[in-house]
Design a protein. Structure first.
Lengths: 478, 74
């Protein structure tokens, strides 16, 4: 994500003090906006507790990095997978490698964790732990429903929730929240959508009535693969350093690292590995929604969406208005559908995504706030928080297994069905309904009628050539 | 507080660069397609050369993208 600016170095006075550790994890967070990265001599008995908190923050930061990877792998690769430009396995391997390379390239950790949303001095290891917990749980919930959402917004939401619980509502700068979260969430899909729509219009005009259609498809596929690779690399450089920044600042605050030094090699390696592993694991539920659920795209649309995503991300990163990769890539895909005459954009899915984007910050804030309440209870609270996080992850994973989406079935359906545990028949009904729609689609295909049925694909390996055949049949019939 | 000018610049640059990319790519693909469909290889030469020039420009755009992404370059 591009909207994040990472971590802030604590004030110099906070990181050069005395004592075994430079922060006091047992210090009460409640009771007013007090800085906690300050130099407080901590009794020796608390050193173990403080070290435990540091280890917990590092572990949870790596888990967040993993969820960030699998949540965002769809941003780059959903399009190429949906159009057949890359096979699912190749796509995630490519994205994972480029994310790791990107993470290793960006060793300059970001300067602030607060992002201007609240006073930097309010950030403590406990707040970071609670914020990361909120972000992880929100990421997993949105993944369960197959909804792309910004990991940076989730992290800021978690931190803001924790800060509100610790220091009160007045400490949050809501003007910054609107200008850096809500406005970009609306602007990003509009900008990227316009770019993709313009691209597909131009492309359709120029490539009309091509003599060698099949070769042209190959050209668009290659372009799509290259632009997807650029997006994956850009994602690694921007998001990889986020976790490195969190870990590095916690180490500095704990006096385990020199104040002005960069991230340790093992931090770079672990953060790169976590985001790479997350990306490789695919986030297939989100891939399915982005690649198949919003609009049925062909290779031209895929290339238009890919180039719009890459151009918008790079422009936003270098021209001073941060936009989320997730919002940009979603907007590009929608734009490629709007720009193509006759494309059927599923606005209900798009609407659900926008709701998820707008809810990401408050949703993660609620979880982060609750996590902060737990973490404030000292060692026992921190252990309960970690246990709760583990249990939540397990429950969400088990629910997702009831209707698993993986690389073998990611292109089979446009929908991500989530089982309602209270009504176990619901999923079966939904699957029967979907089977009926498939049968209807097959009947349409048999009748040689071009099918533009809301992004449905009757076969897992539905390729662009088959779609081109449909179009040709349609034109023959007319 | 909201930097509308930056947003406008980002929007214009994004749409402009994407449109340019689409223009180059589509024209290159059209020229290649025309060249392959031509019976006479001599007649196909201008289209082929034109296509590869445009593909080269696309390559330059991708390299600029790489330059912008990799922090060590700037």
């Amino acid at each position: 994500m591009r909207t994040g600016t990472g971590l802030s170095r604590p004030p110099e006075s906070c990181i050069t003090g005395h004592g075994h550790l430079l922060f006091n994890p047992a210090a009460p967070v409640h009771g007013g906006p007090r800085p906690h990265w300050y130099a407080t001599p901590v009794p020796r008995g608390n050193v173990t507790v403080a070290l435990f908190v540091v280890i917990c923050v590092i572990a949870v930061a790596l888990i967040f990095d993993f969820t960030n990877g699998f949540h965002d792998s769809a941003n780059a690769m959903a399009g190429p997978i949906a159009t057949g430009a890359l096979t699912p396995r190749t796509a995630v391997i490519l994205a994972a490698v480029l994310n790791v390379v990107g993470a290793c390239l960006s060793t300059e950790v970001a300067k602030t964790i607060s992002g201007g949303f609240f006073d930097e001095k309010l950030v403590t290891p406990v707040i970071v732990l609670a914020g990361l917990t909120g972000a992880i749980i929100w990421n997993l919930i949105t993944w369960l429903f197959g909804l792309p959402s910004s990991s940076s917004h989730a992290l800021f939401g978690g931190l803001i929730g924790a800060v509100i619980i610790g220091a009160g509502l007045g400490t949050v700068h809501f003007g910054v929240v609107i200008s850096k979260v809500f406005l970009p969430a609306v602007a990003a899909p509009v900008v990227a959508g316009l770019a993709a729509a313009a691209a597909i219009k131009i492309s359709d005009v120029i490539t009309r009535d091509l003599p060698k259609k099949k070769a042209a498809k190959k050209g668009f596929r290659n372009a799509q693969a290259f632009t997807a690779a650029l997006v994956a690399l850009a994602h690694g450089t921007s998001d990889g350093q986020k976790t490195m920044g969190v870990i590095t600042l916690v180490l500095i605050a704990a006096n385990l690292q020199a104040p002005d030094s960069g991230p340790h090699w093992w931090v770079i390696g672990l953060a790169g590995f976590a985001i790479g592993l997350g990306t490789y694991s695919g986030g297939w539920r989100i891939m399915r929604t982005l690649g198949k659920g919003i609009v049925k795209i062909d290779t031209e649309q895929g290339a238009a969406a890919g180039s719009a995503t890459a151009a918008t991300i790079l422009a936003s990163a270098h021209l001073g208005f941060g936009l989320s990769t997730t919002h940009v890539s979603t907007g590009s895909i929608i734009g490629s559908g709007i720009g193509r005459k006759g494309s059927d954009v599923r606005w209900s899915v798009a609407r659900r995504m926008v709701y998820a984007w707008l809810l990401t910050l408050p949703g993660a804030a609620v979880v982060g706030g609750a996590a902060s309440l737990l973490a404030d209870q000292g060692l026992v609270g921190t252990i309960i928080l970690l246990a709760s996080l583990g249990a939540a992850c397990l429950v969400i994973y088990l629910v997702s297994r009831r209707n698993a989406v993986d690389r073998t079935n990611v292109t089979e359906s446009p929908e991500v069905l989530v089982l309602n545990a209270a009504k176990p028949n619901k999923i079966a009904k939904a699957q029967r309904k979907y089977a009926k729609r498939l049968a209807k689609q097959a009947a349409l295909d048999a009748g040689r009628v071009p099918a533009h049925v809301g992004g449905l694909s009757s076969e897992p390996e539905s390729t662009e050539d088959q779609r081109a055949q449909h179009a040709n049949r349609g034109s023959e019939a007319s | 507080m909201i930097d509308w000018l930056s947003l406008l610049i980002v929007a214009v640059v994004s749409v402009g660069v994407t449109a340019l990319f689409a223009l180059l790519l589509s024209t290159a693909i059209r020229l290649l397609s025309v060249a392959r469909a031509a019976d006479d290889s001599r007649a196909a030469m201008p289209a082929t050369v034109g296509a590869w020039v445009l593909l080269g420009l696309i390559g330059v755009m991708l390299l600029i993208g790489l330059y912008l992404i990799i922090p060590q370059f700037h």
